[in-house]
Design a protein around this ligand. Structure first.
Ligand SMILES: [Cu+2]
Length: 193
């Protein structure tokens, strides 16, 4: 229950109701938007509801993403890491993410900017407790766009857990994606000045 309360402080009243429910049955809770247990949670899972601008699902895409400090080694200045910092998917595709946490602390794979009429706060969110994994699915709209993915635990994004999903051609690169853009790249060519 202590864990559930801590989660509520971060997520607000709706999460409190869900978390309290989960604590009551001791195992697993499902509602429209969230499933959670001791290994983590999946929020705003969507396998069936199409964005308004998609007539059908264009393709199924599967991603496996590992989180772990070992993946930070290649990027100076980072502490936490993801095995991949850039993902690609076609417009109107259905994306299933398997998020495997190799660390002993909690990590998240959270994507922003999805349609709010399908996803609360425009977000799809996997959270895996240390040593656990979570899998969930979401469907992206038809526009060519670059979406922010990050871990929302304090300081984790700033320390390396930032990534981007390019749907179609995307619409540019986000700032400070390890291996893609920002300080991590700038540092390496500054040394040749
Ligand atoms: Cu994290």
């Amino acid at each position: 229950m202590r864990q559930a309360l801590a989660l509520c402080l971060m997520l607000g009243p709706a999460a409190f109701a869900a978390a309290a429910f989960a604590a009551d049955d001791g195992h697993h809770h499902h509602d429209h938007n969230m499933s959670m247990d001791a290994t983590g949670m999946v929020m705003n899972d969507n396998r069936t509801r199409l964005p308004r601008d998609c007539a059908e699902i264009s393709q199924d895409v599967s991603l496996t993403v590992y989180a772990g400090v070992e993946f930070a080694a290649d990027y100076p200045g980072t502490v936490f890491g993801l095995s991949e910092h850039i993902y690609r998917a076609p417009p109107c595709s259905r994306i299933t993410v398997r998020f495997v946490n190799k660390d002993q602390i909690r990590h998240q794979w959270m994507i922003h900017g999805l349609p709010r009429y399908l996803y609360d706060a425009g977000m799809f969110h996997l959270e895996a407790a240390g040593g656990h994994e979570q899998t969930g699915t979401f469907i992206v709209p038809s526009d060519h766009r670059t979406y922010l993915v990050h871990c929302d635990m304090a300081q984790h994004m700033e320390k390396g857990m930032k990534a981007q999903l390019k749907v179609g051609m995307g619409d540019g690169d986000l700032w400070a994606i390890p291996g893609v853009s920002g300080d991590f790249v700038r540092d390496s060519y500054r040394s040749t000045d």
